[in-house]
Design a binder for this molecule. Structure first.
Ligand code: CA
Length: 331
């Protein structure tokens, strides 16, 4: 037999390399393949085997104002390059949102859901309102539709009320939540439902005194690192001690108005607190707005592919944490 020529040898080694690379690629599981059906066990969000996990990612901006990022390529970029294991689609309800243009806004949300399912990440379907108790019928219609269409997919997380104002948990938010949960549970018996809490989703301790009767219900705490400090962490601790599962569906590295400086050390303290308690989180926001909480520079491409020069300081700080958390989840 003739010895293999140099060319044949190098062709062979390249082929072998490509073959094994392809094998490795095929073996890499998506976050949803790895984690599977979520549930809540005590204060923890757990994977299909019952192990506590943390999902981490980015929130999109109000759908009616910055809808340009509600597309497949952007969501895929957020998974591939930002290593999001969850994204949040923020259905604007008022201010020209869903109650004005239901089909248009619904289409944006479904585009993000379909992308998340296709690429294997989780998606928070967020009813982005501050007075949702006045939009109960719209919420029931919306979540009835979403749960019927997507309730069999493990990817979906329902966030039924973004940020209530300073209203009573027991008198206002809890009855609203129970009415919406009832509609969802007719179609979807098990996916996670996240409830809003009083004072822009901060007073989880009030919900902890009078929790909702049901399975797989989490409660959201929102913080902005430049405004909210140790006192809000203590409120979170109180709720956890009473047995609530907290999900930070929205946080900012800035002040609560979404602007001002980026508070690096305060944000790192919040990461430490969330990591210690295994709390999942989404950062506000994927937006190209002239405010410091927006992750991207003005006119950053709608389809992703953002280089360093298009990512603002907040985005850089958050992305670093996301890369770390992705490795931990997928290891
Ligand atoms: Ca389900």
């Amino acid at each position: 037999m003739k010895p293999l020529s140099k060319l044949a040898l190098s062709t062979l080694s390249i082929s072998v390399f490509i073959f094994f690379s392809a094998c490795n690629f095929n073996q890499e599981k998506t976050p949803v393949e790895k984690v599977g059906q979520l549930s809540i066990d005590g204060v923890h969000l757990v994977d299909q085997k019952g192990k506590p996990i943390q999902l981490t990612g980015m929130s999109l901006f109000w759908s009616q104002w910055i809808g340009k990022y509600y597309n497949y390529d952007c969501i895929k970029w957020l998974k591939d390059d930002w290593k999001c294991t969850v994204v949040r689609a923020a259905l604007a309800v008022g201010s020209g949102g869903y109650t004005t243009n239901p089909e248009k806004e619904l289409e944006k949300i479904e585009t993000v859901i379909d992308a998340a399912i296709d690429i294997g990440i989780y998606v928070i379907v967020d009813f982005h309102a501050h007075q949702a108790e006045f939009n109960l019928e719209a919420a029931k219609t919306f979540f009835g539709h979403i749960s019927q269409k997507y309730g069999n997919y493990p990817n979906i997380i329902y966030e039924i009320y973004n940020e209530p104002l300073m209203v009573s948990w027991s008198e206002v938010i809890k009855p609203y939540s129970e009415a919406v949960i009832e509609v969802i549970r007719e179609n979807d018996p098990n996916n996670i439902i996240v409830c809003g809490t009083p004072r822009w989703s901060q007073l989880v301790n009030e919900a902890a005194l009078d929790p909702i009767d049901g399975e797989n219900i989490a409660y959201t705490l929102h913080f902005y690192a430049g405004t909210h400090n140790k006192r809000l962490m203590e409120i979170g601790d109180e709720a956890i001690e009473k047995g609530l599962c907290i999900f930070v569906t929205e946080y900012g590295t800035t002040e609560a108005n979404g602007d001002g400086p980026v508070y690096v050390s305060e944000t790192l303290e919040w990461y430490e607190w969330m990591n210690k308690n295994k709390i999942s989180h989404c950062n506000w926001s994927i937006a190209d707005k002239a405010e410091s909480s927006a992750a991207l520079t003005i006119d950053a491409d709608s389809l992703g592919g953002w280089g360093e020069d298009l990512i603002k300081p907040s985005g850089k700080l958050v992305r670093k944490e996301l890369l770390k958390k992705y490795k931990q989840l997928l290891k």
